[in-house]
Design a binder for this molecule. Sequence first.
Ligand code: PRT
Ligand code: ZN
Length: 284
Amino acid sequence: MMLKIAVQKSGRLYDHSLQLLKECGIEVSNGTRQLKVVAFNFPVEVYFLRDDDIPQYVYDGVADVGFVGENVVYEKNKDISVVNKLGFGRCRLSIAVPKNMQYKSVADLQNLKIATSYTTLLQSFLDAKKINAEIHEISGSVEIAPGIGLADAICDLVSSGSTLLTNGLKEAEVVLDSEAVLIANKNLTAENKKILDKLIMRINAVKTAKNNKYILLNAPNAQLKNIASVLPGMKSPTIVPLAEEGWSSVHSVVNESDFWEIIEKLKSFGAQGILVVPIEKMIL
Ligand code: PRT
Ligand code: ZN
């Protein structure tokens, strides 16, 4: 029995998808760009597909699970489960207008013609905001539509914003914040469900590790209480006496998001020789 995983065959999600599988200990080689490849060391078969087709294939059961952007998942709107965020492929689906347009609020979109390939998501956004606008569906190079007089505004994916800038557009509304997610068919066999649970456990271990750092430092014993109070660790910090009298070595795990704040506090409590080390896997 094998779990069939669909990933993008080329494009922005390809490298990250294979990297994530690799970090989960699942090695596939796709040197010859085949449609499907069996992993060496985990019961999965990887299918390489266009990202737009992945929700449909997962819904049909051709693939059991897939890695795909939320933008595609919610646009296709199939009856599948979104299991886990994957932490890559971040972007937002936004409405953009010509930069010289006076734009104050969503009401300014009333009666405009908006070009997009995301008609479902755009329509539900406009409905929720009670805006009447004409949606003009185009499949590629959406950003040039206002410039050539095809539309008044666009709705497309944005990451750095430089495509909008070079086309004389500005972001007006965010329709959806998106990142790559793990999706799954709702009727997996019990056996495949077990493989999926293992995969999810590994993905979580990789994601958690990326969000955390291992930290080691030397602290004067008189300050250990203060230092321990800013270092929660997985349970509590590990404290080991140093050969030098009156000093200890403190080990802990800190979250990336409050990392610098913690470092500042540690320094103010007299911590020295602070080492910060990446964590490869972290199982809670
Ligand atoms: O061939 P296939 O259909 O599989 O690929 P594709 O061409 O449809 O998709 P691809 O590879 O371009 O993107 C795959 C997924 O990456 C998307 O569905 C998103 O989930 C995610 N993603 C993240 C992005 C971007 N960032 C992104 N910036 N997808 C597209 N863009 C494009 C955007 O459409 C616009 O043209 O990049 C341009 C904007 O980028 P900035 O940096 O100039 O703002
Ligand atoms: Zn696509």
